[in-house]
Write a protein that binds this ligand. Structure first.
Ligand code: GTP
Length: 369
């Protein structure tokens, strides 16, 4: 079966991390996020994959090539303009054969039983089957109502509490019959959620609900949470084995100086230097090629590749983009994001979800936010 992965979105909610890097290439535990999607598909025997792209496609192509490095066969289709989720699939129609095919949003970390989803779809002889996942706060999402035979009865967009009779949402993974392509207008923006699926209600649209792990990594909070879940092994990924029993994963040779402290769970990329008196963890992912200087603290945070943290910099609950440097004594806390290649001088305080754009220079002692 072929799979289409939608990776054309701009990822605005994850800015500034997605200003120069498309969301699928934003690293998760030091690997491009979408490589987890490819690994998951492969585990379920799906290796013919089409990337439906739009925003910043070049980096994805350059990294994955024909897919042989990951044991999959990749095809790339780039849109001239954003076509929405369904329009994007229509745009790759020539690569889809008759029969069933899969569609996946490219920003979801999940251990969904894709084989179970396909089996359910076939047992029901469905036109389309939507993977469903339960959420704690149903008011924040579009809900999917299903009947006793798992048939989809309707959709509720961001309902109030008195309207709520289900906590199941669309998990962004579908199996569709190729006939569905005829329902999608070509060349214009069209969505599955608002266009195709409401029209398929009562005409062979089913849901497949399961209690799998499911995380849409599209916001900084959820992107951080996905890291925490990988670190705690709440979700099984290709990094889980490396974390082993002691929950410390070192991805190659690192330079851990005597007197440096590692507090699990942590993941540390190759070539990183951690100096005496620095503390990394708990809950930290450090990219390759970083320098964490004496007296630094990194916890509940992500530091992407090639960053430098100068003496006594502290990073808590925050994200440091690739190639950034954080000056001595600076505090980065409370959901802050420092964009890639930025230079933050010493003695700044960056908190309250502040977002520093990539390539920005912040002079010493100028921000106390
Ligand atoms: P935000 O701007 O933060 O909402 O992120 P996004 O642009 O990724 O949008 P959203 O999270 O709603 O998209 C869900 C999935 O569909 C993501 O994997 C997107 O890359 C993908 N997607 C959204 N719109 C398009 C589109 O017009 N074309 C293609 N090919 N993919 C899309």
């Amino acid at each position: 079966m072929k799979a289409v992965i939608l990776v054309g979105g701009q990822g605005t909610r994850l800015r500034p991390l997605t200003l120069a890097t498309p969301k699928p290439m934003v690293p998760l535990a030091n690997k491009p996020f979408v490589s987890y999607v490819l690994e998951h598909l492969k585990e379920h025997g799906i290796s013919d994959i089409v990337f439906s792209m739009g925003y910043l496609p070049e980096g994805i192509k350059a990294y994955f090539g024909d897919g042989s490095g990951m044991g999959v066969n990749l095809t790339y289709v780039v849109e001239d303009q954003p076509l929405g989720t369904a329009g994007a699939v229509k745009n790759v129609e020539e690569h889809i054969q008759d029969g069933d095919f899969l569609v996946l949003n490219g920003d979801i970390l999940t251990d969904l039983d894709i084989s179970g989803l396909i089996e359910h779809h076939r047992r029901k002889e469905a036109m389309g089957t939507i993977a469903l996942t339960p959420v704690e706060d149903p008011t924040a999402y579009g809900l999917v109502r299903t009947g006793s035979e798992s048939e989809v009865l309707g959709f509720l967009e961001k309902p109030s509490w008195d309207q709520i009779d289900t906590n199941l949402i669309n998990a962004g993974t579908y199996v569709l019959r190729s006939e569905v392509l005829a329902m999608i207008p070509a060349g214009i923006e069209y969505s599955f959620e608002r266009g195709v699926f409401p029209r398929l209600v009562g005409k062979g649209l089913y849901g497949y609900s399961s209690e799998c792990y499911w995380m849409d990594i599209g916001t900084p909070e959820k992107y951080l949470q996905a890291h925490y879940d990988i670190l705690e092994k709440s979700v099984e990924t290709s990094v889980s084995d490396c974390l082993d029993q002691d929950f410390v994963c070192v991805q190659g040779k690192i330079d851990l100086k005597t007197g440096a402290k590692i507090v699990p769970p942590v993941i540390i990329g190759e070539g990183t230097v951690i100096e005496a008196g620095a503390r990394v963890g708990r809950m930290a992912v450090i990219g390759p090629g970083c320098t964490i200087s004496a007296g630094c603290v990194v916890e509940d945070s992500i530091v992407q590749e090639n960053c430098t943290l100068e003496r006594e910099a502290r990073v808590r609950g925050s994200i440091i983009g690739a190639g950034a440097s954080i000056g001595a004594g600076t505090l980065v806390d409370g959901g802050a994001i420092v964009g890639g290649n930025s230079k933050v001088g010493g003695d700044n305080i960056l908190t309250n979800h502040i977002r520093i754009y990539p390539d920005t220079t912040v002079k010493a002692g100028t921000i106390k936010f």
